[in-house]
Design a protein around this ligand. Structure first.
Ligand code: FE2
Length: 432
C-alpha cells in the first residue's frame, strides 16, 4: 500500500525499513497515526504492508491462524501504546570506517560542507506573516505530556537520579585523589540508562522531558555522556569508541569542581576575572587526570572540549586536525546540552533554536562529520512533535528541511501550514 493511502489506525503487517534497508523505522504490528505516517514519508518509504484493524481481525476469522494473522490481530486488539519506543534512524552521512579513522586520530577525508546560508535569502516579496491559528479546541495530551506520564519516563527519571548520585560520588572521589578511575564502574549506570530509553532518538525525548534540573556540572555531564554516546551510535562507531565517548562525556567538565561554586552557578554575567577562572576548568581537569589510568583521548577531551575547529576556542586556539576527535564529538554534545538545559540565568532554549545557533557557525566551529550525523538524525526524530511558535500559535512539525534543519514546516491548523524558511521572522519557542 502506498504511503499516501495510509490512514490512522491501520496496522503494519511487516517491519518498515528505510529504502536502503539498513534501519528499522517501525516494527510489524505498529498501529499507525499521523506522526508515524509522516515518519515513513520523511524517510522516503514508498509503500508498506498495512491493513485496517477490521481487515486484520477478519483475516484471523477467515483463515487458519497463521503467525502473520495472529500478530496482526494482537496488534489490532491491543490499545495503541501511549509512548512507543521510537526506532528512527537514518544512515549517517559518514561511514563507520571514516568515523573510526576520525576517532583514531588518523587522516580523515576532507569534508565538502553543504552550503548552509546563515540567513534566509532576501525574497523580493516575502509572503505575509500568517495569522495565528484560531483558538484550538481542547486537544489530546501532547507527546511530551504523555511521555512524562509514561511508566518508561518515570523509570528513566528514577534511574537518572540514581546515576547522577553515583556519578557525583565517583567524581568527587576522583578529584580528591582517593581512588583510581574504574571505567566500568563509572560508565555502567549510564549504559543502564541508555537501555531504559529503547533507542537513540528516545534519549533526547527523555532528556527533554527531564529539563527541570538546574545543574551546570553533574547533571550536565551525565547528559553529555548520553548525547555523545547517541551521536556515536548514529555515526555507527564500534562499541569501544562508544564507551570512550560515554566516559569522555562524564569526565569532560571535571575541572569545574575546582572552580568556585558561586562562579559556576552565578546568575548574573561573569566579570572578566570570573570568566578567566571559569575558563581555567579544562586545564584544571587535565591536571586531575594527568596521572590517572584513563585513556589519552579522555585526557585530551578534558583539555580540548572548548577548542573549536576554526581556532576560535580555548585554551590554546587549536584548529580541527589538532583537536582530539573524541573532543570534537563532545564539543557538539556539550554545546547542545548547555543550550537546551535550564540554567540559573535563563530558561532552556528549544532544540530548534540550538540547531539554528549551531547551523549559524557550526560548519566552521564543529567537526562536520559528527555534526551532520547529529543534525540529520535528531531533527528527523522531531517530526510529529508539537511545538509552540513565538506568534502564540501551536502546531505539529510535519517536514524537516535538510538545507535548514532549524526551519521545519509546521502544521498549525487542519489546512494551515507554516514553512519557517518562508517565514524567518517566526521562531519555535518550545516543544510541547
Ligand atoms: Fe566545559
Amino acid at each position: 500500500m502506498e504511503i499516501r493511502e495510509l490512514k490512522t489506525g491501520m496496522v503494519l503487517q511487516e517491519d518498515a525499513y528505510t529504502p536502503s534497508g539498513s534501519q528499522l523505522i517501525l516494527p510489524k504490528g505498529t498501529v499507525l497515526d499521523d506522526q508515524r505516517i509522516a515518519r515513513l514519508a520523511f524517510y522516503g518509504v514508498k509503500s508498506v504492508n498495512a491493513m485496517t484493524r477490521e481487515e486484520a481481525a477478519s483475516l484471523i476469522l477467515d483463515a487458519p491462524a497463521t503467525k502473520k494473522a495472529t500478530a496482526a490481530v494482537k496488534a489490532a486488539a491491543a490499545p495503541p501504546t501511549d509512548v512507543p519506543p521510537k526506532q528512527v534512524q537514518v544512515p549517517p552521512p559518514a561511514t563507520a570506517k571514516t568515523a573510526m579513522e576520525a576517532l583514531g586520530g588518523k587522516q580523515v577525508t576532507p569534508f565538502e560542507p553543504p552550503k548552509v546560508t546563515p540567513t534566509a535569502p532576501a525574497a523580493p516579496a516575502r509572503p505575509a506573516r500568517p495569522a495565528p491559528a484560531p483558538a484550538a479546541p481542547p486537544r489530546e495530551p501532547s507527546y511530551s505530556e504523555r511521555l512524562r506520564n509514561s511508566p518508561e519516563f518515570k523509570k528513566f527519571k528514577m534511574d537518572f537520579e540514581d546515576t547522577f548520585i553515583s556519578y557525583q560520588r565517583s567524581i568527587n572521589e576522583i578529584v580528591r585523589g582517593d581512588k583510581e578511575i574504574d571505567t566500568h564502574q563509572l560508565i555502567a549506570p549510564v549504559y543502564d540508562l541508555i537501555h531504559t530509553c529503547y533507542g537513540p532518538s528516545n534519549v533526547f525525548d527523555m532528556l527533554h522531558a527531564l529539563r527541570s534540573y538546574d545543574d551546570a556540572t553533574y547533571v550536565h555531564s551525565v547528559n553529555v555522556a548520553l548525547i555523545a554516546h547517541t551521536i556515536g551510535e548514529w555515526m555507527h562507531l564500534p562499541e569501544e569508541d562508544l564507551e570512550l565517548l560515554t566516559e569522555a562525556g562524564l569526565l569532560h567538565d571535571i575541572g569545574k569542581i575546582m572552580v568556585p561554586h558561586e562562579i559556576v552557578n552565578k546568575k548574573e554575567p561573569l566579570t572578566g576575572d570570573e570568566r578567566v577562572k571559569m575558563r581555567m576548568h579544562p586545564q584544571l581537569g587535565y591536571r586531575v587526570l594527568e596521572r590517572k589510568n584513563v585513556d589519552q583521548h579522555i585526557k585530551n577531551t578534558v583539555l580540548m572540549h572548548h577548542e573549536r575547529c576554526d581556532g576560535s576556542g580555548y585554551p590554546r586556539h587549536l584548529t580541527m586536525e589538532k583537536i582530539d576527535p573524541v573532543a570534537r564529538v563532545i564539543a557538539i554534545a556539550d554545546v547542545y546540552d548547555a543550550m537546551t538545559s535550564e540554567r540559573v540565568y535563563r530558561k532552556a532554549l528549544s532544540p530548534f533554536y540550538a540547531f539554528e545557533m549551531i547551523e549559524r557557525d557550526g560548519l566552521q566551529k564543529y567537526d562536520p562529520h559528527p555534526l551532520m550525523a547529529f543534525l540529520e538524525n535528531l531533527s528527523g526524530a522531531y517530526i510529529g512533535n508539537r511545538v509552540r511558535l513565538d506568534d502564540g500559535s501551536e502546531g505539529e512539525i510535519i517536514y524537516i528541511n535538510r538545507q535548514r534543519y532549524s526551519r521545519p514546516t509546521v502544521r498549525t491548523g487542519p489546512n494551515t501550514f507554516v514553512d519557517l524558511i518562508e517565514h524567518p521572522e517566526i521562531k519555535i519557542t518550545e516543544l510541547i
